[in-house]
Design a protein around this ligand. Structure first.
Ligand code: NIG
Ligand code: FE
Length: 413
């Protein structure tokens, strides 16, 4: 009995069960359990159903009940499949230039952009970087995100890439949110590297990644495919070799130029992220593949650019995930629900499509099969918002905050 807990009643429980992995979703397909409850054993969901019948069947002592007195709507904890929250410094100077009319790529060419954050992150001592990252991770959890991906990519040398990945690991171990790290040493060719892009990618493949493996720091790699970063041929080379080393692949692609999604398809990447510049050709090719299309509305909001064609991606049959891209440059806001809500109103996404993008479809982009839905055998990552109708959540455009957060069966105070 000690390890059993029952949480509820939730006015509505939105389980996200029974929904298609890919393509459009109608709200009528959502499974909603009125007055629902979740039975949890050792942090894993044992059963989801009506609160009263779960309670009567098991007859748990009071100490094993997490009784909810207010009216709430419960959902699986949100999953943010794309962030860069491990960084030092600020790029308010870039932002000021952008709102005065300079573009992201122009600023990068002038030596600002990612390179500025690299310099600031290299200078930060590990404890400072840890404190920064922990603070952001805790903010994400408060917003209902119980799992987030975090990339390196502001070190761009052996010492500082490892410093970043170790920091992410340290936050993962000490915070209540789960973090999954991705090595993004291929974010750009560092300005102080003595060699061309292929030589830099070879340094990552032959020197850095073996250290990453040896220290158990990450099992995912990412590369930024763009005119100012890496070309498609180099990316193909890098990703194929990374895959042989055992890494899962993800790609920053089709952000300003439609290059990247084709590489994602050819290399069997888990996801291609951004897609603001994808045309019908890329959208249709992605739909035929198993690559998840991850869109990043926070980057559009931070750069003042149109959103990725989320509606078209879904209509073509893609699996759409939504990430915050929280980073100091293109996406400084760091509020996934607010961004997903704004994306849904502009792109005309249903509640089901929007929530799928930040729950089970995002889980798939991270190769997780144990979260993103409220079902037997899944992690007991549950969040609840103070309302009685699930549609209130997007309606408040990120201003309604979860009042209950449960991570692996433990209620967070
Ligand atoms: O996802 N596009 C490349 N990388 C990040 C931005 C990183 C930065 O500007 O610091 C992105 O938008
Ligand atoms: Fe990014």
């Amino acid at each position: 009995m000690k390890d059993l807990k029952l949480i509820g009643p939730f006015s509505q429980l939105l389980t996200m069960n029974g929904l298609l992995e890919k393509g459009p979703l109608d709200d009528s397909a959502l499974e909603i359990i009125e007055n629902g409850g979740v039975l949890i054993r050792n942090g894993i969901i044992q059963k989801v159903g009506k609160y009263d019948s779960l309670k009567n069947d098991i007859k748990l002592p009071k100490a094993n009940l997490i009784h909810i007195d207010e009216k709430t709507v419960g959902l699986p904890g949100f999953i943010d499949p794309h962030t860069h929250i491990c960084f030092a410094g600020s790029r308010a100077n870039d932002y000021a230039k952008r709102i005065s009319g300079k573009t992201y790529l122009e600023i990068a060419r002038e030596g600002g952009g990612i390179w500025q954050t690299v310099q600031q992150t290299r200078q930060a001592d590990p404890d400072q970087l840890y404190a920064n990252t922990l603070n952001r991770a805790e903010k994400m959890l408060e917003l209902g995100i119980t799992t987030a991906e975090v990339k390196s990519g502001y070190g761009l040398n052996m010492e500082d890439e490892l410093k970043m990945l170790k920091t992410i690991d340290r936050v993962h171990k000490n915070a209540q949110i789960d973090l999954v790290s991705t090595c993004l040493a291929a974010h750009m060719v560092p300005k102080d590297f003595n060699g061309n892009s292929r030589q830099y990618l070879d340094f990552i493949l032959t020197e850095l990644l073996p250290q990453v493996i040896q220290n158990g720091l990450s099992r995912r790699v990412d590369i930024f495919i763009e005119k100012e970063a890496f070309g498609e041929v180099d990316a193909l080379y890098f990703l194929q070799k990374s895959k042989v080393l055992g890494f899962d692949l993800t790609i920053h692609g089709d952000q300003f130029t439609p290059m990247g999604s084709q590489v994602a398809i050819e290399t069997g990447a888990l996801s291609v992220d951004h897609l603001e510049s994808s045309t019908d050709k890329e959208i249709l090719a992605l739909a035929k593949s198993d690559v998840i299309s991850t869109v990043l509305p926070g980057a559009s909001l931070g750069l003042g650019m149109p959103f990725a064609p989320a509606r078209k991606l879904l209509n073509a049959g893609n699996a759409l995930a939504i990430g915050s891209d929280w980073n100091p440059g293109s996406a400084p806001m760091g509020n996934l629900l607010l961004q997903a809500s704004l994306l849904s109103t502009s792109e005309k996404l249903t509640n089901a499509e929007t929530f799928a993008g930040i729950t089970f479809r995002a889980a798939k982009a991270l190769n997780f099969h144990d979260r993103g839905k409220l079902a037997t055998g899944m992690l007991a990552d549950i969040i609840a918002f103070p309302c009685t109708d699930y549609r209130e959540i997007l309606y408040h455009q990120g201003q309604l905050r979860p009042s209950i957060i449960v991570k692996k069966g433990n209620k967070i105070d």
